[in-house]
Write a protein that binds this ligand. Structure first.
Ligand code: SF4
Length: 218
């Protein structure tokens, strides 16, 4: 994708605003270091609120920059990291490695940059909305609407990355699930809905939810 767009792979080869910022996120970036040379910002944790804050901060920086066009990428990254909890800009940190043990420590390159990156947690999962659902123009693998019903998993299997990074367990209210399912059917035309979570069978009252949901949708 980067090659097709003519965008250099390494963040250090992409001056801003000549090139766009590359953002990473999701559970795959809970350890962002393997990709640190390539991305400008990682959002750590739940993204629903953080991405809105990041875009607002980006816009604010651009407006401020109109009076000071000399401000470049490093100033932008510092502003975003200082403004948006959960935003991690690898270029602003120095990582120490130990030859024997691997990763050792991470330090900001200068005072004023947060020492620790806070993992974002969406406390109220009911606020996770489905607005204007995208309708693919091609046949897709999982060709159905998806409604998340629970985030996190109560089982706590020790090996499970998703279970541990998704904590705490948060349940979506039944009425919200039904409303979002109807919206997907009405507005995106899906004929099938999948109830998404790490362990959907553990949603309390899953049987009752299915009974209420089926007649409303079909
Ligand atoms: S998602 Fe599956 S593997 Fe992970 S903690 Fe839950 S039950 Fe265990």
């Amino acid at each position: 994708m980067l090659d097709l767009a003519g965008v250099p792979h390494r963040a250090s080869d992409r001056p801003w605003p000549d090139y766009p910022l590359l953002l990473g996120g999701g559970v795959g970036t809970f350890n962002p270091e393997p990709l640190a040379d390539f991305f400008d910002i990682f959002l750590i944790g739940d993204g629903e609120e953080a991405i809105v804050e990041l875009l607002a901060a980006y816009k604010q920086f651009q407006e401020q920059r109109e009076g000071d066009p000399g401000r470049g990428k490093e100033e932008l990254l510092k502003f975003l990291v200082a403004t948006v909890p959960g935003a991690y800009a690898p270029a602003l940190y120095r990582v120490e490695y130990d030859e024997a043990a691997g990763f050792k420590a991470i330090h900001p390159i200068e005072p004023g940059i947060p020492e620790r990156i806070e993992r974002r947690v969406l406390r109220d999962i009911n606020s996770s909305r489905i607005d204007n659902p995208l309708v693919p123009v091609t046949e897709i693998v999982h060709d159905r609407g998806v409604v998340e019903i629970m985030r996190g998993c109560k089982r706590g299997c020790r090996f499970c990355h998703a279970g541990w990074t998704g904590r705490p367990v948060r349940l979506k209210d039944e009425e919200v699930i039904i409303r979002q399912s109807e919206k997907l059917v009405d507005e995106a035309g899906f004929e099938e809905i999948s109830l998404l979570s790490l362990s959907t069978g553990d949603y309390p009252g899953i049987g009752e939810l299915m009974e209420k949901l089926s007649p409303q949708i079909f």
